[in-house]
Design a protein around this ligand. Structure first.
Ligand code: AMP
Length: 597
């Protein structure tokens, strides 16, 4: 379905065209026709990021009569940030509905200005419950003629203790109106509000009730409590383009984690309730503008932060209740993008993980904490990517190039590349040279898949190690992989790749490469054969495509890995073959690995 087929007016269509919206999101497909055709009350169960603001905004904006200079629509939102975001969105949608007046009223800002805006006459009020209630008591706002009311993030409003205000506000509105309620989760309290204030509402739900967003993967790293911070840094280092929120449980923890990250050279800041509103605004703007890669925040402080495109949500500590987890993880994987919610947990927290799994109806994937080698590979890959994508301003740089070439004259191309790469990369190599495996096994054999493996690395002393980002490397011990077992019922396939004895790869290295590429330690691995210039290994057939594609993005000791599935492969395929270019296909489609180096 297209927006143009939904009965929206031309001025609204022009607004969304300018925003680049082409097709409606699922919630828009469901809600817009209901509001345009028969104006029923709606209970919408949808996460933020699903496009719900446009779902209610577009059809309701179209009902606003510009001739009537009084409030016709009220949107209630739990936080100032969400309130401002909704106002901005509605203004954008109605950019071509000339003369429409929308005002945001929220706490923490001058009431006089808001009163004067209201006095001049507005069509739409977007408000936080506390402030609008205040204005109602002072008789500065008139809700007696509104014909639509939206309660956005109603579950958050109730959790923040706004029930009384909501009751008072609703009492100031006419009985005859179109009421919409949006919530990420359905609780008894929400059902109760729907029952008290809504007229035979249609329930519209996107995804399963109380479920996490579909395109979010939920993973956990199990570590000793004292290694939590070291694990956090590894997660950040393993994801060079990370743009995410690190959730902590208390203000104190938020301050400590942010301070340590900043000291260790990460681009991070804290967001918590002890900051003034101006400081909060500053940090949030910096994060929105992507001038920060990690925002360390408490649940309350991060509420209503309207940031899309987060790559990660990192739970430095799991929240006390699973609803908060749903809110946290719903901040990534928005607008159809993939996202990851990473939880750093210790051995006694498996119960909590299971509880959240039941609530979100999704399984967490146990993942080893990224090891030193994998981090270095990812960093190197990212560095090379950045280098190849770097913009070159020929005009400005050309005048210097003569002297630069002269200075570098004695270095071969290979040597030059190595030095450039090392300049940036040595910190990571040194820091992670002897990194220990931070992953620990679950206490109960039933509660984790890690029992198939045993760590054999020496542990570090748990003291805080400094980041590779600002130098001062500190050895963490030996990264290790471990013994493996195989479940004989799993259908297997064979993959081959272009690294062998020549690069001193061991079976242990191969297992580590496979498990990290698969993102799981419970991988079924069969026979491993290592030849001079290649290796072959049997793995779980179902997981082979994912593993091959991940392996092919990696390097091993300077070599870009080239892996493929090949059931017919025999070790003899390598031997006594003529030399030829790397990766060239033989007849029959098999690759030649003889000349991988
Ligand atoms: P919301 O859930 O309302 O906060 O929307 C999440 C994000 O998706 C916002 O940045 C919207 O601008 C964007 N968005 C909403 N609807 C669409 C659409 N149909 N096509 C593209 N982007 C959209």
């Amino acid at each position: 379905m297209l927006f143009t087929e939904m009965g929206l007016s031309e001025d609204i269509l022009m607004g969304i065209r300018e925003l680049g919206f082409e097709t409606p999101t699922p919630i828009q497909e469901k809600v817009i026709p209901i509001l345009i055709e028969n104006r029923r009350d709606i209970v919408g169960l949808a996460q933020t990021g699903t496009g719900k603001t446009a779902a209610f905004g577009l059809p309701l904006l179209q009902n606003i009569s510009l001739r009537d200079n009084y409030p016709q629509m009220l949107v209630l939102s739990p936080t100032r940030e969400l309130c401002l975001q909704i106002t901005r969105d509605l203004e954008n949608f109605s950019k071509f509905k000339n003369g429409i007046k929308i005002v945001a009223v929220y706490g923490g800002a001058s009431m006089d200005k808001q009163i004067s805006a209201l006095k001049q006459g507005v069509h739409i009020i977007v408000a936080t419950p506390g402030r609008i209630n205040d204005l109602l008591r002072r008789k500065k706002a008139d809700l007696s003629r509104i014909n639509s009311l939206v309660l956005d993030e109603a579950d958050e409003m109730l959790k923040m203790g706004f029930r009384e205000e909501v009751d008072a506000i609703l009492a100031s509105t006419p009985n005859e109106k179109n009421t919409l309620l949006f919530s990420a989760t359905m609780s008894a309290d929400i059902a109760n509000i729907a029952k008290s204030y809504m007229n035979d509402p249609v329930e519209v739900s996107i995804g399963t009730k109380n479920a996490g967003a579909d395109n979010v993967s939920h993973i956990y790293h199990m570590v000793h409590a004292k290694d939590r911070y070291a694990a956090l840094k590894r997660v950040a280092d393993y994801n060079p383009d990370v743009y995410g929120i690190v959730f902590c449980r208390t203000r104190q923890e938020t301050k400590e984690v942010a301070a340590s990250l900043m000291k260790d050279g990460y681009n991070a800041e804290a967001l918590h309730g002890d900051l003034t509103q101006a400081q909060r605004d500053y940090v949030m703007q910096k994060f929105r503008d992507r001038n920060l890669s990690l925002l360390v925040a408490t649940d309350v402080a991060a509420r209503g932060l309207d940031v899309n495109d987060l790559t990660h949500v990192i739970n430095y500590n799991l929240p006390d209740d699973s609803e908060n987890y749903t809110h946290r993880s719903g901040r990534t994987g928005r607008a159809g993008k993939e996202g990851t919610s990473v939880s750093i947990i210790h051995t006694k927290e498996m119960g909590k993980v299971r509880e959240i799994e039941r609530a979100i109806k999704k399984k967490f994937l146990p993942m080893p904490v990224p090891g030193g080698k994998e981090i270095c590979e990812r960093q190197l890959f990212s560095l090379i990517n950045r280098m190849t994508c770097a913009e070159v301003n020929h005009e400005q740089i050309d005048p210097y190039m003569g002297s630069v070439y002269e200075m570098l004259n004695d270095l071969s191309k290979e040597e030059l590349v190595k030095r450039f790469v090392s300049l940036e990369f040595n910190r990571f190599l040194n820091y992670y040279k002897n990194a220990v495996d931070l992953t620990v096994e679950a206490r109960s054999s039933k509660s984790s898949n890690f029992e198939r493996f045993e760590n054999d690395g020496s542990r570090n002393d748990g003291s805080r190690s400094r980041s590779p980002r600002n130098g001062s490397p500190r050895n963490e011990g030996d990264d290790s992989s471990s013994r493996r077992r195989r479940n004989s019922n799993v259908p297997m396939t064979r993959i081959i790749f272009n690294v062998g004895k020549g690069k001193e790869i061991s079976k242990k290295d191969i297992i580590e490469l496979l498990t990290s590429s698969a993102g799981r330690r419970d991988l079924d691995i069969g026979q491993i054969e290592i030849f001079k210039r290649a290796s072959s290994v049997e793995i779980d057939r179902k997981l082979a495509p994912k593993i091959i594609s991940e392996m092919n993005r990696r390097f091993y000791k300077g070599i870009k890995i080239d892996a493929e599935e090949n059931l017919e492969f025999k070790g003899n395929d390598f031997r006594d073959r003529d030399k030829g270019p790397r990766g060239k296909r033989r007849e029959g489609g098999k690759k030649r690995y003889e000349d991988a180096y």
